[in-house]
Structures are given as C-alpha cells and as structure tokens.
Design a protein around this ligand. Structure first.
Ligand code: ZN
Length: 245
C-alpha cells in the first residue's frame, strides 16, 4: 500500500472519506492560496493578573448566582450556573407535526477550573498540575457515567470559540442521549468491527505506524563532503555511518 501524498490531495478539489462518520467530505486545498482580505484578529493581551477580582472563576470570588468559590488550590469543579441541560427535565408531547419534532433532553453541565491561577493556560501549567486536571476529568467521567448515557469533556478556547472567561477552565456535559456526531461514529465503528473483525482505531493506528515508517525511510539529510566541498543527500543512517568513519 502506498501512503505518499499524491498531488490530488495537495492541489486538486476532491472528496475524502471520513471513516469515523462514513461520510464524504469535500476538500478544496488550492483555495488556501487565495489572498486573505478579511478580518484579522489581534493577538490576546500578553499578560493577565494571577488573580482577577472581577473573574467569577477565581478562588473566593462570587459567581453570577451569588455563590462564593472556595479558596481552591488545585482543580475545582462545580455545576454550571447557566447549564445547557437540566437533570430533571420531563418528557412532554411537543410534536405538532412530523416535520416539527422536538423532545426534552435531560442532563447536567459542570465547569472544571484547571488552576486557581487566572493567568495560565493548561499548556503553561506544571506537569503535576496538568495530571491533576486529567485525573479530575477521569473521575468526573466515571461518576457522571453512572447516571448519564453520554459524558463529554471539552474546552472552548478563546473568545472566538465562545469562551466567556480567560480563566483556565473547561466544560463537562452529561446527557441522557448520544449526540448526533458521536452516534454516527459509534455506529460506523460497530459496523466496521462486524465487517472486518478489526477495530477501526486499530486499523488507523496500523496505518499511522506504516506512514511513519515510510516517512522515516524516505527521510534524507544533507551531508557536505569535506574533501570535495560537494553536498549529498542520504538517509540518516548512511550519514551516521559516514560520519563515524
Ligand atoms: Zn480568574
């Protein structure tokens, strides 16, 4: 099997198969070369205070619902004051017509403060503190998974993505239904397993390993011949052999 990137994928409009959803996606790579004359976002402010008295996520501050955050020193989880889902939603017959269907969705939404420090991002935190965040995510998924059918951990990063506060934090949504995109992926993976008896993720990992191997085999380094002054392209192992002589 050949994994080299063909010019079709780099230069020509084409459709690509998304194996996770079973859908074909239109890709138009040549349009990346068009000039951009639209809006250019300014870079975020270079520095923020470690504590912002106006921030509703900083330790000790008052949130929109009047509650005080504790003086937390690691991660801190609370139920979102403005949740997308409510746990006690009751099914009602909202159907007026087959084309106008609606169902109640029950669930809960939590906020995870990654750090008490207002000025950090997850990537800037020490590894031990990042580990605490990952452990919190795992604990939350386990706990919420006891009651809810679907638990999703995510972070809206930056103002453009709808993040309402620069304090390092993420969200957890748990619901009594599987959302549309994950449901497609689940169905596709079940069908692939039935068809090939090999999990889709395993196939993807094997493909990735083969692609990395090929990339390594095709990698060349430039070596200058001291005697002649000429430059040659060779594999890294050939270059090492030459240099060790
Ligand atoms: Zn803050």
């Amino acid at each position: 099997m050949v994994f080299e990137t063909s010019s079709l994928l780099l230069d020509s409009p084409h459709r690509r198969f998304n194996a996770l959803t079973g859908e074909w996606v239109f890709v138009s790579p040549h349009r990346n070369r068009r000039p951009w004359q639209g809006r250019v976002e300014p870079a975020p402010a270079a520095s923020r205070p470690q504590f912002d008295p106006q921030c509703y996520l900083c330790p000790g501050n008052v949130r929109a619902n009047g509650e005080h955050n504790p003086q937390y020193s690691s991660t801190y989880v609370f139920t979102n004051d403005f949740p997308t889902f409510l746990p006690e939603a009751v099914e009602q017959d909202a159907t007026q017509h087959p084309l106008l269907q609606a169902h109640v969705q029950a669930g809960t939404c939590r906020v995870v403060c990654f750090s008490p420090r207002h000025d950090l991002t997850l990537a800037e935190m020490p590894a031990t503190d990042i580990r605490a965040v990952v452990d919190t995510w795992a604990g939350q998924v386990t706990e919420l998974g006891q009651r809810w059918r679907w638990v999703e951990v995510f972070e809206n990063k930056g103002e453009l993505m709808g993040c309402s506060n620069p304090h390092p934090h993420g969200q957890i949504w748990a619901s009594d239904f599987i959302p549309t995109e994950p449901l497609k992926e689940l169905t596709q993976q079940q069908e692939e397993l039935k068809r090939t008896n090999v999990a889709l993720e395993k196939q993807a990992l094997e493909l990735e390993d083969k692609a990395k191997l090929l990339e390594e085999q095709n990698r060349k380094v430039e070596v200058k011949n001291r005697a002649t002054g000429s430059k040659e392209l060779m594999s890294p192992s050939a270059a090492l052999d030459l240099l060790s002589k």
